[in-house]
Design a binder for this molecule. Structure first.
Ligand code: ATP
Ligand code: MG
Ligand code: MG
Length: 548
């Protein structure tokens, strides 16, 4: 595997090391534990860990848990699992909530320096006072409170004397700044809520723009990488570090967030899909979460290759979801055994094959990778083929099975269709065929040619299995259409069919992956164990017109 492709942040780090601005590198991945991680987070994880790795630095996993209402330990655990599964090991694990006391002390320092004040305005009043790009800001009537009064009020906020929203602590910066982020932003708010880590110890919580730079500085992070929306927040980030007199001075850098076609990529929206039971959990294989992709059958290698290929840009763009599929095909092509599965079975009786005889035939495990060797598969008088591989009245150029036609059974013999058995509704339920022993696969038979090759599974040993095939969860939305994603849910995003697989894969374990001829790559679903039957998730179909 090659290293993170060259990117502008790497150039910055190279220069920082050369100029002596830093002598070591610390990055961090700072998720808020308010949901499961998605593929966009994977990009950030890969970037942060690989950058540090490249410069022999360290990466911290830090839970940015400063909002008690939405956070939960379930999310903390899932995030750790996902980062490890992607293949990364953090050097240190931190919780921002462990810094609450220090953050409080830094806020007190700001008050003492006359750089912060307690404001009694409502959220709405503050929003109005801060103005807009074309409006100047208006000073709060509480802006000139004395240091003593501010210290006392802030302490009383902490003691729980006020209700949610009754007071906030604001930075005293510049109400005339062209950057609205600098117009006296809120640093602390009151929230009487139980926190997953600190319980009921606190009822005031720091805002992201105050907390994040302090977290980075406390941990000695050197390069704090975030998405482009935070570019305008950088002056505030630097102001907090400077005015709070932090010893270590981290630098924030921004890169373009990952967007993927027809893919919802926000924990808030993904949570809605879970809460409204559009999907059956965060790890539903239709979800773009790391746990959903894992359950669908994606590998960490495929996700890492995808992230490296898209690289790190300075401008937002949307990546085609087919690109992610390209990388899982690439990864599984030579790794996944190729076996036969019949998804919608039709029984075939080979009338001239001896009853009670089962012979073993040799089959390659991966025609593109001889190192995977071969296996023995049973053949007998009764087999299953795909319903799709037979037509009673075929159009021209149909080369599979139809009355009077001969096809090759993969790894076995030529068979010819002689009779059709139908049920009372006229549906074809069985075919009667004959085989030609001289056409056995591997014997070099050249007597005649057939145009079609079909796959099959021997009936007496076939293992029943369920196959789940997925289509995009969200349908294409035209440009300019700003209706909610919830109105564009694909009603056919999951199709479940029953069929059979070869006996030799009956003991497959969850997460085992196969290529089923013609159908694509499949992953054994973890539910298989609970339900006592093999359930396969289709990871991706075999082919696509997508090119890198
Ligand atoms: P969401 O809106 O999905 O909750 P977030 O940015 O609020 O995303 P965090 O938990 O704060 O989620 O994110 C942790 C890290 O992951 C941040 O550094 C953030 O920049 C990064 N990140 C989140 N989404 C993406 C994305 N789509 N592409 C790249 N990086 C992302
Ligand atoms: Mg965030
Ligand atoms: Mg968020």
């Amino acid at each position: 595997e090659h290293k993170a492709s060259s990117n502008f942040i790497k150039n910055i780090i190279n220069e920082d090391l050369k100029s002596g601005k830093v002598d070591h590198i610390i990055t961090r991945f700072p998720p808020e534990p308010n949901g499961y991680l998605h593929i966009g987070h994977a990009k950030s994880i890969i970037l942060n860990f690989e950058l540090a790795d490249e410069f022999k630095g360290k990466t911290h996993l830090r839970f940015d848990d400063t909002n008690p209402v939405k956070e939960d330990t379930e999310y903390v655990e899932s995030i750790k699992e996902d980062v490890m599964w992607l293949g990364y090991k953090w050097d240190e694990l931190f919780f921002a909530s462990d810094y609450f006391e220090e953050m409080y002390n830094r806020a007190v320092l700001l008050i003492k320096k006359g750089k912060a004040y307690v404001c009694d305005s409502t959220a709405e009043e503050i929003r109005k006072m801060r103005g807009s790009l074309i409006e100047v800001g208006q000073k709060s009537p509480y802006r000139d409170r004395s240091v003593e009064e501010n210290l006392e009020l802030f302490e009383r906020m902490r003691q729980g004397e006020f209700k949610d929203g009754q007071k906030v602590l604001r930075a005293k910066i510049d109400m005339d700044s062209p950057n609205i982020n600098m117009r006296d932003p809120v640093l602390y708010r009151i929230a009487h809520a139980t926190h997953h880590n600190t319980g009921d110890k606190w009822c005031i919580y720091p805002m992201y723009d105050f907390a994040h730079p302090l977290e980075d500085a406390i941990e000695g992070v050197t390069h704090s990488i975030c998405t482009l929306e935070f570019e305008d927040h950088r002056p505030l980030y630097d102001w907090v570090i400077r005015e709070c007199e932090m010893d270590k001075v981290p630098q924030q850098y921004e890169f373009a967030r990952l967007n993927i076609t027809n893919t919802v990529m926000s924990k808030r929206k993904l949570k809605q899909l879970v809460d409204e039971q559009v999907v059956d959990g965060w790890d539903d294989p239709r979800m773009p979460t790391i746990s959903g992709l894992r359950r669908k059958g994606y590998t960490p290698e495929a996700i890492r290759s995808f992230a490296r290929e898209i690289g790190v840009a300075k401008a937002d763009s949307v990546v085609d979801s087919k690109m992610l599929e390209f990388f899982i095909r690439e990864d599984l092509k030579l790794k996944a055994p190729r076996t036969m599965a019949v998804l919608e079975p039709l029984k075939v009786v080979i009338t001239n094959y001896p009853e009670d005889q089962v012979e073993m035939l040799e089959a390659e495990n991966n025609s593109e990778n001889p190192e995977m060797g071969s296996r023995q598969i049973p053949f007998s008088r009764e087999i299953y083929i795909e319903q799709d591989d037979f037509m009673e009245n075929p159009p021209a150029k149909y080369h599979r099975l139809f009355p009077g036609n001969e096809v090759r059974l993969k790894n076995a013999y030529f068979i010819k269709c002689n009779d059709i058995v139908k049920d009372e509704t006229g549906k074809v339920i069985e075919l009667h065929c004959t085989y030609d022993p001289e056409t056995k696969s591997g014997t070099g038979f050249t007597g005649r040619k057939v145009k079609g090759t079909i796959h099959w599974v021997e009936a007496s040993q076939a293992v029943p299995a369920e196959f789940r095939q997925y289509e995009p969860l969200i349908l294409d939305q035209e440009e300019g259409d700003d209706t909610s994603f919830l109105e564009h849910i694909n009603p056919n995003s999951l199709e479940v069919v029953q069929g059979f697989v070869e006996a030799n894969i009956k003991d497959s374990k969850p997460q085992d992956k196969f290529q089923f001829f013609r159908h694509g790559y499949f992953n054994v679903d973890p539910l298989s164990l609970k339900q006592g039957k093999l359930i396969f998730n289709r990871i991706v179909s075999l082919k696509s017109s997508f090119q890198l």
